[in-house]
Design a protein around this ligand. Structure first.
Ligand code: NDP
Length: 328
């Protein structure tokens, strides 16, 4: 047993502190698999944890980081052996269970997904929770019965992590993607990764009417609040919106009109406690339906000592696409 670098969150008199420190392996929590972390990622929730802006950390000390990909070092779980390449996202890592911004993590073998064939651990983290969530949203829309023939789909917060992966995947599987962004300066980036149209976020952020002109058959929303209310009111008869985020707020100032007059469905997406079988399906689909070249355009890399600064930027909506964090 030794020590490794980790981003540690401690409780302070007021709020929390975050610092890059050495962490003792003996202090890792219980679990039947120890993973040597190769790559992690920066998600919106990681931004909340490292800045202390919202109380996502519920155990102290905590190692922040909700996503990891790496190599099994030790396992007493029947499914895993040393040398296996694995992905672990959510399950309370970085919130209630010591997390991913660390040289090592000890987790439950039942939480792990095998790295898909042809995908590197770096690519898995370029996808991370945000990309995995985008795929869960795609799967939910498909389960609803949506197909590209039904009409366009809208993606809100399109230049963010969930939005970028959603845009790339939906376009690859044949959808006409309308990308909504507050950063029109990113319009050519969004077109490069697959958007057919780019619209200004302010079109969707005012108070929503109960019903408005039908513009899309479905959508993926990472913004919440009036944006979600507006896209619901603009969804075609029997369409569906998958809601996964709250970048603009937790509220939903909507009415029942889209549901009862147009049969629109609101599909809730949670990645944290998502069952393992659905995780396997989502990662298999990500390996197939997300273009590697587009993923690399979506991604940029930072080191562990840059995570705390980058955490403030993601909350300010200043991060484009996805950030991978190099651990080794
Ligand atoms: P990002 O910060 O990368 O993306 C969010 C995007 O939302 C921004 O890039 C921006 O896009 C847009 N945005 C930000 N602030 C506002 C605002 N005030 N009004 C309107 N749009 C805004 O975060 P992620 O992609 O990692 O996460 C997106 C959301 O999804 C977060 O709320 C996160 O908590 C949630 N989430 C939920 C999960 C789940 O399991 N349900 C899992 C993962 C994420 P643009 O500049 O293009 O407008």
């Amino acid at each position: 047993m030794g020590t490794f670098k980790a981003i540690r969150i401690d409780k302070a008199e007021k709020g929390t502190t975050a610092a890059l420190t050495q962490f003792d392996e003996a202090d890792l929590m219980e679990g039947d698999v120890t993973v040597r972390v190769e790559w992690s990622a920066l998600n919106y929730k990681d931004g909340l944890a490292v800045t202390g802006k919202a109380p996502v950390v519920r155990r102290f000390p905590m190692i922040a980081g909700i996503d990891l990909a790496g190599i099994v070092e030790q396992s007493s779980h029947p499914q895993w052996k040393a040398g296996d390449k694995v992905i672990c996202t959510g399950w309370g890592m970085g919130e209630t269970h010591l997390g991913a911004y660390a040289g090592k993590a000890r987790v439950k073998g039942d939480w792990l997904v095998r790295l898909p064939e042809g995908m590197s651990t770096r690519e898995a983290m370029a996808i991370g929770t945000a990309g995995f969530t985008a795929m869960l949203a795609v799967l939910a829309l498909e389960k609803h019965g949506l197909t590209p023939r039904d009409g366009p789909v809208v993606v809100t917060g399109a230049a963010g992590g969930v939005g970028s992966v959603a845009t790339a995947v939906l376009s690859k599987i044949g959808y006409h993607v309308i990308a909504s962004t507050g950063r029109l300066s990113e319009a050519s980036y969004l077109r490069d990764i697959g958007a057919a149209e780019v619209i200004e976020r302010s079109e969707l952020s005012g108070p929503a009417k109960p019903l408005a002109k039908e513009r899309w058959a479905g959508g993926i929303d990472s913004v919440g609040s009036t944006t979600l209310a507006n896209i619901l009111s603009m969804t075609k008869y029997r369409g569906a919106i998958a809601a996964c985020g709250l970048a603009a707020g937790m509220d939903l100032p909507s009415s029942v009109a889209p549901f009862i007059l147009r049969g629109v469905c609101l599909l809730g997406i949670d990645s944290v406690m998502c069952p393992i079988e659905l995780r396997k399906v989502a990662w298999t689909r990500l390996a197939r339906d997300l273009d590697q070249a587009k993923l690399s355009e979506i991604t940029h890399e930072i080191a562990l000592d840059q995570v705390i600064d980058a955490g403030a930027k993601i909350l300010a909506g200043q991060v484009r696409g996805r950030i991978v964090v190099k651990i080794l």
